[in-house]
Design a protein around this ligand. Sequence first.
Ligand code: 76R
Length: 217
Amino acid sequence: MLMEEGVGVVHLLAKPTPGTDREAVIAAVKQAEADGCQVITASMLGHKADVCVMALSPDWSVLRALQTGLQRAGLEVVDSYVSITEVSEYAKGLPEQMLKDRLYPNLPPEGLPAFCFYPMSKKREAHANWFATPFEDRKSMMMEHGTSGRKFAGQLVQLITASSGLDDFEWGVTLFAKSPEVVKNVVYTMRFDEASALFGEFGDFYVGYLDYIENML
Ligand code: 76R
């Protein structure tokens, strides 16, 4: 199934099992890449997952084949996230090239080996309902957000992918950072921005570092 615009993104959080076939895992990743899929792999810390395989393709069947290949090779998928690239409604005025980069990102960025993923939504409660807030107010909060993000220029790249109707939260947040401290500092800094402080709701956080799949098994 082909996307009309942009690419589909799947984050597969996985753990090797005693039956994991290392060569078959590598072959599944190579096959996806041969089918035009970008595959980013990270070694993860903590009990929630050992490996993250993040894949981007305009063709969902390529993403599906990768997932099947990894599962058949004995990787147990313990969590996952499905989303698509988008141009945020607050970023429509950006230069053409930046819009293209949002829809068709080229990953991973260089020199940013720390990897973090978490899903997030914006609240829909009586005292804080993002979706009942006028566009101009949301836009100014997102300007504040962008301003605090740009303080970390060169140390971090965000990829925000949209998942309303596709998964349990509204966005997937993927961060590529210079170090784990930068991840912590950015996320902490943003907790004070209105858009996150008043409206942010977060799912599970996953953190690790970019690595070749060959090194993880
Ligand atoms: O695209 C752009 O660079 C324009 C400005 C911008 C937008 C529109 C921007 C900048 N973000 C945008 C949209 Mn972001 N971002 C997050 C998180 O943990 C948290 O509190 C929030 C998780 C981080 C860490 C982060 C980082 N951003 C969004 C959206 C979509 C909102 C919508 O469409 O309603 C979400 C959910 C979100 C969340 N953001 C930046 C950053 C950083 C570091 C920047 C500066 C980018 C740069 O320097 O290029």
